[in-house]
Design a binder for this molecule. Structure first.
Ligand SMILES: [Zn+2]
Length: 112
């Protein structure tokens, strides 16, 4: 008994995780795993694709693993500087709030 693809109608071997032709996943666990190169549904004959050994999960993993690496390579600031900058911003905000509070309290207690 063969599995018929819901996307292109190609019949894959029983127990297949995804379509042999368009890589449409049969188990609808990942709605995001859209086929990267889906052919037209009215394909005359199923042509074997060279991407056969590359399931969409692997492509997804590959792209997901590459993105944080690229972000890490961006020379925005040294890694140790980030908490320091955060602490600096926090101190500045805190002192500003304290100062404005002091000014307000001074104005309230000022003699008329
Ligand atoms: Zn298919």
């Amino acid at each position: 008994m063969a599995l018929k693809c819901p996307a292109c109608g190609f019949e894959s071997a029983e127990g297949a995780q995804w379509c042999d032709f368009c890589k449409e996943p049969f188990a609808k666990k990942r709605p995001q795993a859209a086929s990267p190169a889906a052919p037209a549904p009215a394909a005359p004959a199923p042509v074997p694709i060279s991407l056969e050994g590359l399931p969409p999960e692997a492509v997804e993993k590959l792209s997901a693993g590459l993105t944080p690496d690229q972000e890490e390579k961006l020379p925005l600031a040294p890694r140790w500087l980030r908490p320091l900058a955060l602490a600096f911003v926090g101190i500045v905000l805190f002192s500003t709030a304290l100062l404005s509070l002091l000014v307000v309290m001074k104005m309230r207690h000022a003699p008329r």
